[in-house]
Design a protein around this ligand. Structure first.
Ligand code: PEP
Ligand code: MG
Length: 579
């Protein structure tokens, strides 16, 4: 058994599917039969072309013809006569193996491209690398596992799974996710929760211990991964899985009901989404609005920036589907663990402390304006709230406001309509907490991003398993900060919500309400569970508890105190609060 960090609830029993990058051996070897080597080369090219054709068809179905054109370029590269002739000549003249010859020739081309000032050609270099690695894999008989081409249930296992890989997951077949890296708030964990796939992060050595195709069990409540088990154990997990499914189905009784605590305090439970496709989930789980639309996912998993019209359509779709309920759309949050290969960002030593989120948008004003225009145009289709990520100074907010003013003027001149909307600030950096009163004067609302607030407060990378123990949402340092932000918001008479992962955790969510937070935004799957939970708890009681725990000095002490308060009725109750 391996124990990792449980990050998405549920149970899964399925075959392990290892997502590993192939190790390509390009060592130079002398060969006896150049003709045979060239024959292998042609076969590898043909196999590669078949795979590219298949990817192209899938991409056309998913993203349309325009975005899929890149695969035509890949097909041409696979067949490029100049590369072919050079590789064949090297095999014949030097009597060397195919993988060495292809690697050497391709590297020569890559060196030529590397220093060019032309972005288009530099991109073609990446394509050349991509295609030649496919040919090399075929030539070496390396099996590459393709997650987009599944036909049986699997549990995906990787060192880390990038956000763009996670967005490609087909929930019909992917029943669980395990990563060696990451923690509660890494983006692959967040997306697993959104998709309702049980997931465990920080599972050390899982790639070494599991063979591709082994049947394994994953417990998303405890973080246990069972590698070898008997029929009896398997049966017990099948029962657990069915019971959990049943529990989820009973929640449907709460659909259409308001969210009210036992003593009548009403609040709103909102949804976090990453794409317009998630709207079905939002409606299914009866969210009372969208508290966070992470728009960067619209920019990922593609080869070029989404156009203003494409973005406008995406935002409009969400606003219309929510029929007047608030929709909070966050502007681009790229950087940290989220890359856009086509943006060609300079390498940063500490990307989470670098040009991330609003810093990046302000460094690329043209790009940012396209998003602002699309947002403002969409404002006529519903209740729009625009939210700015990672604000750390007041100046940033003022520049954003100035740019919005310019966009408004442009649209007016072009006779393009827009409506009123609210502009909010994400509080996710300690400096923003300290100047919250000043930011509150310039903002219509606050939303606390606890994932980053915890990472930046403890200076502990949220994707680094080695420091995952610093993810301490109930640490007094964090609770005090939240309390300060709430105080500043109340004084300025603006609402404050929480959209970090804390908000979707039962006990932590309740404590946030006790601290004075107005709304909670979470992965849609948790909304009905939270509605039921709040209906069983008293707001007045938690209001008092929240202020009393601020005096403690560690998360451990806070947890001990909470357990004492709750646990007058035994351990089962504590489990109910924390599950
Ligand atoms: C957060 O930081 O809490 C948040 C909601 O934003 P993200 O997880 O996308 O960084
Ligand atoms: Mg954040």
């Amino acid at each position: 058994m391996i124990k990792g960090i449980p990050v998405s609830k549920g149970y899964a029993i399925a075959k392990a599917f290892k997502l590993t990058k192939p190790q390509i051996d390009t060592t130079k070897r002398l060969i006896m039969d150049p003709d045979l080597e060239i024959k292998r080369y042609h076969e590898a090219i043909n196999e590669t072309k078949k795979v590219i054709e298949k990817l192209k068809q899938k991409s056309i179905e998913r993203f349309g013809l325009e975005t899929s054109k890149i695969f035509d370029a890949h097909l041409m590269i696979a067949d490029d006569p100049e590369i072919k002739t050079s590789v064949e000549a090297m095999i014949i003249n030097e009597k060397v193996n195919l993988t060495y010859a292809l690697h050497t020739v391709v590297n020569r081309f890559l060196m030529l491209f590397k220093d060019l000032d032309n972005e288009y050609l530099r991109e073609r270099a990446l394509d050349l690398k991509d295609v030649s690695e496919r040919i090399l894999s075929f030539a070496l008989g390396i099996e590459e596992h393709d997650i987009t081409d599944l036909n049986e249930e699997i549990i995906l296992i990787g060192d880390d799974i990038t956000p763009s890989e996670t967005t490609q997951l087909n929930t019909k077949y992917v029943k669980g996710v395990i990563t060696e890296q990451g923690g509660q708030t890494s983006h692959s964990a967040i997306i697993s929760r959104l998709l309702g796939i049980p997931a465990v992060c920080g599972a050390k050595d899982i790639l070494k211990k599991v063979k591709h195709g082994d049947e394994i069990i994953i417990d998303g409540f405890t973080g246990r991964i069972l590698l070898h088990f008997d029929e009896e154990t398997k049966k017990s997990f099948v029962i657990k899985r069915e019971e959990y499914k049943h529990y989820l189905s009973t929640l449907s009784k709460l659909i259409g009901k308001p969210t009210i605590t036992l003593d009548g305090h009403q609040t709103r439970l909102l949804a976090n989404i990453g794409s317009p496709k998630d709207i079905d989930l939002v409606l299914e789980h009866d969210a009372e609005g969208i508290g966070l639309f992470r728009t960067e996912l619209l920019y990922m998993d593609r080869k070029d920036f989404p156009t203003e019209d494409e973005q406008y359509e995406a935002y409009r779709h969400v606003l219309e589907a929510m029929k007047g309920k608030p929709v909070t759309i966050r502007t681009l949050d790229i950087g940290g663990d989220k890359y856009l290969p086509y943006l060609h960002l300079e390498h940063e030593l500490n990307p989470f402390l670098g040009k991330r989120a609003i810093r990046l948008s302000l460094a690329h004003p043209k790009l940012f304006k396209v998003q602002l225009r699309a947002l403002l145009r969409a404002s006529v289709h519903g209740h729009l709230k625009i939210m700015i990520p990672m604000i750390s100074t007041k100046e940033e907010l003022l520049i954003v406001k100035k740019m919005i003013k310019e966009v408004k003027e442009e649209l007016t001149q072009e006779n393009i309509p827009y409506n009123s909307f609210e502009l909010g600030v994400m509080i996710e950096v300690p400096s923003a907490v300290m100047i919250a009163s000043s930011l509150a004067k310039e903002a219509d609302f606050f939303s606390i991003g606890t994932n980053d607030l915890i990472q930046y407060t403890f200076a502990a990378d949220r994707t680094n398993e080695a420091v995952s123990s610093f993810y301490q949402p109930l640490h007094p340092a964090i609770l005090k900060m939240i309390s300060m932000v709430v105080e500043a918001a109340k004084q300025a008479k603006i609402p404050v919500s929480v959209c970090g992962e804390m908000a979707g955790h039962k006990l932590q969510g309740l404590l946030l309400l006790g601290l004075g937070v107005d709304e909670l935004s979470m992965t849609p799957n948790e909304i009905l569970k939270m509605r039921r939970y709040l209906s069983q708890n008293s707001y007045q009681k938690w209001d008092k508890i929240a202020s009393s725990v601020l005096k403690y000095e560690s998360e451990e002490q806070v947890l001990k105190e909470l357990k004492k308060i709750i646990n007058q009725e035994g351990d089962a109750l504590w489990k109910e609060h924390t599950s």
